[in-house]
Design a protein. Structure first.
Length: 119
């Protein structure tokens, strides 16, 4: 999972996020024009008019909003500090990735994100 906390969705900020994220052979996004100008080496990008190939990303976004109240829509629990938001996302992504790896190894055992916060 790649993530960034930026104040504005600029081409430079999105390219930096893409460069830091795990590489893929295929990238899908909505039809937002800014995505067309990014460099997707070594993969291929396809902008879609609907969410047919982005449903798993949208599901991950919903999980982030579920676990971090400061990102929930129409919430009064918002971060006034960009650094605090970055730290919260960093901790969440760490725990989320550890949980996903655990679920791959032990699919029959329940796992909650909170169980993977502390190493």
């Amino acid at each position: 999972m790649g993530w960034a906390v930026v104040e504005e969705r600029t081409p430079e900020a999105l390219q930096a996020l893409l460069d830091r994220s795990p590489q893929a052979q295929q990238y899908y996004s909505d039809a937002y024009r800014l995505y067309e100008s990014l460099i997707y080496a070594p993969g291929h990008h396809q902008g879609l008019p609907n969410k047919s190939q982005t449903y798993s990303v949208e599901g991950d976004n919903a999980e982030v909003r579920h676990y971090l109240a400061r990102l929930a829509r129409s919430s009064r629990c918002f971060s006034r500090s960009i650094q605090a938001l970055r730290n919260a996302l960093k901790l969440f992504v760490y725990a989320w990735n550890r949980r996903q790896m655990y679920k791959r190894r032990f699919p029959d055992y329940p796992a909650h994100v909170r169980d993977f916060v502390c190493p």
